[in-house]
Design a protein around this ligand. Structure first.
Ligand code: NAP
Length: 270
């Protein structure tokens, strides 16, 4: 256990949060939220930059623990969990954030890419949730944030597997929440609208409306809303501006084919 003294107290005295995919994008912004509210943070990422991101977080006056591994493999997920538990401290909060997209027509996209998406967004989320839930329930305390998407509320043509993976996350979070309501462990889903990260570029969607980041929601705002909902113990929050929140409300009463056609216009490669 680290006993490093910093400006906001000692590591042993601070709560510990983990953020999967916390090396950049919404995950790094969530990690910053935890850090600025006095949590030490363990973050994972797939590339070397997770180490630089940890330095950025440490500059906020907390301990930051970087782990590099592939969240799409059993060993990568288990490795991050072992890394966190080896710190020898209770995990007070967990943001199950890591996720990828795959853009393009299903008839053309590569099966391996979509199986990887499912491995990260679905299988990896369930795997890490199992570890986190059993740990937190045993301690009778904890907060879990599952990063889903507004895509959970609509068909997502040209991101054909992505939206269903996020619908899984939303329903999974709400299901777990009910099961855990008397355990001291809360579960919250964050449903961001389109957000200005590297997500759509990484998903190969540069040649769609989503290739332009200028109109999207601000990732810092989205993360702040997610953190606030987590601390409030809300069941879910839509991340983004008022138009994004209204779109999520409208999606509840809009027929699936209508939403599918609208989504196709935005996501179809040009
Ligand atoms: N951006 C949006 O418009 C949007 C909207 C709704 C929901 N979301 C959801 O928000 C979450 C975060 O997305 P984002 O926008 O922040 O995406 P992003 O900018 O692409 O960041 C993804 C993060 O996950 C890490 N990562 C990717 N693949 C990984 C792997 N196989 N193993 C370990 N780490 C991996 C990346 O690590 P490196 O930095 O090392 O590459 C990066 O830190 C996702 O679940 C996504 O579905 C995003």
């Amino acid at each position: 256990m680290s006993d490093t003294t910093t400006t906001t107290g000692t590591a042993a005295a601070r709560p510990l949060a983990l953020v999967t995919g916390g090396a950049s994008g919404i995950g790094l912004e969530l990690a910053k939220q935890f850090a600025t509210h006095g949590y030490d943070v363990a973050i994972s990422g797939q590339s070397e930059r997770v180490f630089d991101s940890a330095k950025t977080l440490a500059d906020l006056g907390v301990e930051a623990y970087p782990f590099r591994g592939d969240a799409g493999t059993y060993d990568g997920v288990e490795g991050f969990w072992t890394f966190v538990t080896d710190l020898g401290r209770p995990v007070a909060a967990a943001a199950l954030n890591v996720g990828i997209g795959v853009g393009g027509a299903f008839v053309d996209t590569d099966l391996d890419d979509e199986l990887k998406l499912i491995a990260i967004n679905v299988t990896g989320t369930v795997h890490m949730a199992k570890r986190v839930v059993q740990h937190m329930v045993a301690g009778g305390d904890g907060r879990i944030l599952v990063v889903s998407s507004v895509s959970a509320t609509t068909p997502t043509p040209y991101e054909t597997v992505y939206g269903p993976s996020k619908a899984f996350g939303f329903s999974f979070a709400e299901s777990l929440r009910e099961e855990l309501k008397d355990t001291g462990v809360s579960v919250t889903a964050l449903l961001p609208g389109a957000t200005n990260s590297e997500f759509h570029a990484n998903a190969g969607m540069g040649n769609t409306k989503f290739g332009d980041n200028s109109w999207k929601n601000d990732k810092t705002l989205v993360a702040q809303q997610g953190y606030d909902a987590l601390i409030a113990g809300d069941d879910h929050v839509v991340g983004g501006d008022e138009a994004t929140k209204q779109a999520a409300i409208d999606n509840r009463t809009t027929p699936e084919p209508v939403k599918a056609a609208r989504q196709a216009e935005a996501a179809r490669p040009s």
